[in-house]
Unconditional design. Structure first.
Length: 278
């Protein structure tokens, strides 16, 4: 695992965005195209699930995920408020603001507190997400395998050794990604404490969350195509838009929480199939 292979996708993709003439570089065009493919794959996943009667593989894992998600988010939001209050007390921010009597300073620190809360919730959600990826890995591996078999017009038979292998690989990848993402999130938490700069950190954190979650979902397809973990890392690094698009749509799908995890893995399999055969 080298830093070169793990270059922070935000620095690679968005570093030059403030300069308008960089927006339409080939790299940015490719990224946007891949995000569009990922978004379209979510729509296709809905039709795919209905057409091939996969709903039973959506509802049962989805209900378990929903219950865990609601309980986890309640705990996470409460603890994020406590964390922000503790930091404020340790830094003696409130007494200092009362002495300064500046509305602008008060506004800045209120915004910083909000941004810090959002970053902490994303951090907690990230840990929760990886827990779900680990617990649900056998189901996600099966769904991805079944989806690809249907696309290729093959009869799908449950192969326990292969399923077990893919599930363990999914667990290992989830643990690996959780370490890298935690490092970046800690850096973002520190950045969120800075005025102005901290305001954009939730957006960066969301994109990063999307990237790493999407990566985990894409890897089920890579495993069946005999990609080594290093090749999977390289391919995802070259097609960041697929991972970002899949992961961000996963978060948006929490409007209908029960559908999010299974839809994500089916959409990821469809998008990899598109890119592989394009």
């Amino acid at each position: 695992m080298t830093f070169r292979n793990e270059r922070f996708f935000i620095l690679l993709t968005f570093y030059h965005l403030p300069l308008p003439f960089f927006i339409f570089t080939p790299q940015i065009k490719a990224l946007l195209k891949e995000i569009v493919i990922a978004v379209q794959s979510w729509s296709e996943a809905h039709r795919f699930i209905q057409e091939h009667r996969l709903i039973k593989w959506i509802i049962i894992p989805g209900i378990i995920y929903t219950l865990l998600f609601i309980a986890g988010m309640y705990f996470f939001w409460s603890s994020s408020n406590n964390a922000v209050s503790w930091i404020s007390q340790q830094l003696r921010i409130e007494p200092w603001l009362q002495k300064a009597r500046s509305e602008w300073l008060s506004f800045f620190f209120v915004m910083m507190g909000m941004m810090l809360r959002l970053i902490l919730v994303l951090f907690y959600f990230s840990l929760f997400k990886y827990l779900i990826l680990i617990i649900g890995s056998p189901v996600f591996a099966y769904l991805s395998e079944k989806t690809e078999a249907i696309i290729d017009g093959k009869e799908h038979t449950l192969n326990w050794p292969d399923l077990k292998k893919d599930a363990f690989r999914g667990i290992k990848l989830a643990l690996r990604n959780s370490v890298w993402q935690s490092v970046y999130l800690i850096a973002l938490i520190l950045l969120s404490l800075l005025p102005l700069v901290g305001w954009i950190t939730p957006i960066i954190a969301l994109l990063m969350e999307g990237y790493y979650f999407g990566f985990s979902m894409l890897d089920y397809s890579f495993a069946r195509n005999d990609f080594t973990p290093a090749q999977s890392i390289h391919f995802t690094g070259q097609h960041k838009g697929l991972a970002i698009g899949n992961g961000v749509l996963f978060f948006l799908m929490h409007i209908v929480i029960v559908l999010a995890p299974a839809y994500a893995v089916i959409a990821a399999t469809l998008s990899v199939h598109k890119v592989k055969n394009s």
